[in-house]
Design a binder for this molecule. Structure first.
Ligand code: BJW
Ligand code: ZN
Length: 252
């Protein structure tokens, strides 16, 4: 049974990387990045909203979209896949969790630390001087879909506050990226979950791992360019495959 074979390799591994994308949070109800958006946001393409140029052209449109997403994330819960990752981490202490996601569902499932390559919704900062901005503690009012929301102004320099995420053309956080590259180069097993593997440099991590001879495991109900190159290709949702792998870890 491929799940048992993969789980055995996982159980015997010394160093594991769990690398996740938007599909990891899909079963929690967070839309993936390249799915069609619903409601009024369906008129907008995430690939055009997630850019510095879009924020410069219409800060309230982009801020409103991120506030809508932040409210959505605060209302949903980690799924069985997130919980399975945290359990794998507790069985194999040298597990490095790397995510492209800007939500905090891995943390809320018990993973720590989590390396966020594309930033997080929780830590916006000033677009002018870089000063961090702290959200008021209450859960945000869910903005009506498609509604513009003016970003707050920086207390230091009055420039608009921007989302704390990494947009196309921007560099990844150096520290997190360094940890991710080293972990991918050093791991025995690289578990790649819920990503289309099209966005670089994050998508190069599996290439590093495969080039160094790591066992590569892909979990994705849909096809990617890695289907024929991974050691194990599980064409099913994360919330099904990861608990099955975790279950095999505990067994004889
Ligand atoms: C399930 C499931 C279930 C569904 N279970 N699975 C080399 C070559 C070509 C281009 C470049 C290159 N190097 C750099 C570039 C340019 C660019 C890039 O990669 N472009 C490509 C699109 C062509 N990269 C950058 O600009 C990066 N910066 C950079 O390289 O800096 C250096 C530099 C500076 C200046 C000039 C040039 C270089 C930055 C990339 C930042 C990406 N940011 C975003 C937005 C973050 C904020 C936000 O969330 O709004 O990150 S874009 C978006 O894509 C987001 C995601 O993290 C990222 C990846 O998407 P992901 O997670 O894979 O989601 P999807 O939707 O694509 O896929 C979901 C998958 O889940 C699907 O496969 C489903 O089937 C699956 N799924 N349900 C398991 N239940
Ligand atoms: Zn400022």
């Amino acid at each position: 049974m491929p799940e048992r074979d993969a789980a055995e390799l996982l159980r015997d591994a010394k160093r594991v990387v769990v690398f996740t994308g938007a599909g990891m949070s899909a079963e929690s109800g967070v839309p993936t990045f390249r799915d069609a958006l619903t409601g009024l946001w369906a008129r907008f393409d995430p690939r055009t909203l997630a850019t510095p140029a879009a924020f410069a052209a219409d800060p309230a449109l982009v801020w409103g979209w991120y506030e809508w997403r932040r409210a959505e994330v605060q209302r949903v819960h980690p799924n069985a896949g997130h919980r399975a990752v945290a359990t794998i981490e507790s069985h194999i202490p040298d597990t490095v969790v790397i995510t492209q996601n800007v939500d905090d569902l891995h943390e809320r499932a018990g993973s720590s630390p989590v390396h966020h390559l594309h930033g997080t919704l929780a830590h916006p900062y000033c677009s002018g001087c870089g000063e961090p901005y702290t959200f008021p503690p209450e859960i945000p009012e869910e903005p009506e879909e498609g509604r513009r929301v003016a970003p707050p102004s920086c207390a230091e320099c009055a420039a608009p506050v921007r989302p704390g995420v990494v947009w196309f053309g921007e560099s990844l956080p150096e520290g997190q990226w360094g940890i991710a590259e080293r972990a991918a180069q050093d791991c025995d097993v690289f578990l790649c979950v819920g990503t289309s593997s099209v966005v670089y440099p994050a998508a190069s991590l599996i290439e590093h791992a495969a080039a160094r001879g790591a066992v590569t495991i892909q979990v994705n109900p849909n096809s990617t360019s890695w289907d024929d190159r991974v050691s194990f290709d599980f064409r099913a949702p994360a919330g099904v495959v990861l608990p099955a792998l975790r279950g095999c870890l505990a067994g004889p």
